[in-house]
Design a protein around this ligand. Structure first.
Ligand SMILES: [Mg+2]
Length: 175
């Protein structure tokens, strides 16, 4: 019986801002392009106080596509770990979604965390900004919360927040 409760955060577009490149919004490829959203720190602090384990679950296909270096990714991780209490960061470097791969919407990264950290998914949430995040949460049977940002205004979901500080109101009913 697994008893720990967890919040899984997507990274790009949830914790940090996307980067405008070639007319679209994309993940940062360098540490200098990485910029936190203002609402993540208070949100994570609240969750830690309420005994949630905190994870980042992020697709980083630019690593396998050789468009981003591990060195830059490591610099970003150092900045994240300095600012936020994160229990573990999970990355998928897969360039494509595949049956046995980890790229979201595969639930692989969530399932790996569940076994390692003894997580009860019924008490846990996935906070994301994309259709792949929503489908990943659904594939793992974890409740999904959509965070609405300037780049994804068109997306809707029953549990939707305009700021990460509003997720308190959703999860407080489960505490
Ligand atoms: Mg995202």
């Amino acid at each position: 019986m697994y008893n720990n409760k967890a919040i899984f955060f997507d990274r790009d577009g949830v914790i940090n801002k996307l980067v405008l490149r070639d007319g679209g919004f994309f993940s940062p490829r360098t540490f200098n392009e990485f910029d936190f959203y203002d609402d993540i720190k208070t949100c994570v602090d609240f969750l830690i106080e309420n005994k949630y384990l905190i994870f980042i679950v992020s697709n980083q296909p630019d690593i396998s596509r050789k468009k981003m270096s591990i060195k830059e990714l490591n610099k970003i991780d150092i900045a994240i770990n300095k600012k936020l209490h994160i229990d573990e960061i999970y990355y998928s470097f897969d360039s494509k979604v595949s049956k046995n791969g980890s790229k979201k919407p595969s639930p692989r990264m969530l399932l790996d965390a569940k076994e390692k950290w003894k997580i009860d998914f019924s008490k846990s949430f996935f906070v994301g900004d994309s259709v792949a995040d929503r489908d990943c949460a659904n594939n793992a049977n974890v409740s999904f919360i959509l965070v609405s940002r300037s780049h994804n205004k068109e997306l809707n979901y029953p549990l939707k927040v305009n700021s990460l500080n509003d997720i308190k109101n959703i999860i407080i009913s489960k505490i």
